[in-house]
Design a protein around this ligand. Structure first.
Ligand SMILES: Nc1ncnc2c1ncn2[C@@H]1O[C@H](COP(=O)(O)OP(=O)(O)O)[C@@H](O)[C@H]1O
Ligand SMILES: [Mg+2]
Length: 346
């Protein structure tokens, strides 16, 4: 559906050109929700603006729905852009227009007949659950409602692709969930291809099918969300995932470990185990305890689900003979569990 080939983008800067995109190759399939994640300054917004040619790339091709947008003259580009809807972080609504008026605007600009506009806007407001608020102004509705207006407006021209640049970054977690659910529903009901740009792994985890990790203008890692989450290859990816499953143990857990070590000074290791749906952690742990004669305390844990497969991490304090401890760690690693030593308690 969307193909980017060798995209470079640079901006003029005081000390010479700033290279925001340094050779991006991406293929996004029709009907999928494709996430692009990266830290601030990674080039995410530059990438979205390139897909709909709001920025012309310094080099490379942009192909959307079989049409090479980067080769079109400005006039044809304007028409081609109608197949691409855009949703913004700060909604970009016109404060002087009502909810209805904001959604109607792209249709008015496209010269749609008034009767058709009315019908289409009514349908769109119904779709995003805002029919009752049609006459309100942006200042009179919540952030989540504003984003619903933004989404309805983006859908007005019946696009095939929806680009979302940090659409939920200004919203609280609960509102974020409801907006993501709406995007998922639209994706399913209309087969719309969605490109979701975000700096939050939470967002990727909730709705994306595949994800690309952007760092300093390059795609450093990409794949199915479950694979990237469970087998991240790059340090940057791991740090983005850690935002979701924090590396640091809570103070109360650390206090408990100190207590356990004080009452029984036998050697012990504090480990962090990361597992995915491939390993069933319960039987595996009890098996390890029995087989190696260990004493194991689960101190802290988070289990979540991505696309129906469990995924999580556990902090465990294990005690036993030194060799048995090492054998247990090797055994867990062999079973596909990612085992990390946590040292900061001692
Ligand atoms: N219009 C611009 N002029 C100059 N530099 C820019 C412009 N837009 C973005 N940049 C620079 O390009 C890099 C990528 O920016 P951006 O695409 O906005 O990243 P992100 O959306 O991931 O935060 C940054 O170093 C930023 O400062
Ligand atoms: Mg940005």
């Amino acid at each position: 559906m969307i193909e980017l080939q060798g995209i470079h983008q640079s901006y003029p800067g005081p000390g010479g050109p700033v290279e925001a995109l340094r050779g991006i190759d991406l293929k996004i399939k029709p009907g999928e929700i494709f996430g692009v994640i990266g830290k601030s300054g990674a080039g995410k917004s530059s990438l979205v603006r390139t897909i709909n040619l709001l920025n012309r790339p310094s080099a490379g091709k942009v192909i959307v729905g079989g049409q090479e947008l980067s080769a079109l003259p400005e006039r044809e580009l304007r028409a081609a852009r109608r197949q691409i809807g855009l949703v913004f972080q700060h909604f970009n609504l016109l404060s002087s227009r009502t909810v209805y008026g904001n959604v109607a605007l792209p249709l008015e600009l496209a010269g749609t007949r008034p009767d058709d506009i009315k019908k289409r806007v009514d349908d769109l407001l119904d779709l995003v659950g805002l029919s009752a608020l049609a006459d309100r102004y942006p200042a009179q509705i919540s952030g989540g409602q504003k984003q619903r207006v933004g989404i309805a407006r983006a859908l007005a021209s019946q696009p095939k692709v929806l680009l979302s640049d940090e659409a939920t970054s200004a919203l609280d977690p609960e509102t974020t969930r409801s907006i993501l659910a709406l995007l998922r529903q639209i994706n399913k009901d209309f087969g719309l291809t969605v490109v979701l740009i975000t700096h939050q792994m939470q967002v990727i985890k909730q709705i994306a099918d595949r994800v690309a990790v952007l760092d300093a203008g390059r795609v450093v890692e990409q794949g199915a969300v479950i694979d990237v989450f469970t087998h991240p290859r790059e340090a940057i990816t791991r740090s983005l995932i850690d935002d979701l499953m924090p590396q640091e143990l809570p103070e109360s857990v650390i206090a408990r470990i100190r207590y356990l070590m004080a009452v029984d000074p036998a050697p012990g290791r504090l480990l962090r185990l990361a597992f995915s749906g491939d390993e069933s952690e319960g039987p595996l742990l009890s098996d390890v305890i029995r087989r190696f004669g260990l004493d194991l305390n689960i101190l802290h844990g988070q289990v979540d689900e991505i696309q129906g497969r469990p995924f999580g991490s556990l902090a465990v304090f294990v005690r036993g003979a030194r060799d048995a401890l090492q054998a247990a760690v090797d055994h867990l690693r062999l079973a596909g569990v990612r085992v990390q030593e946590v040292n900061h308690v001692r």
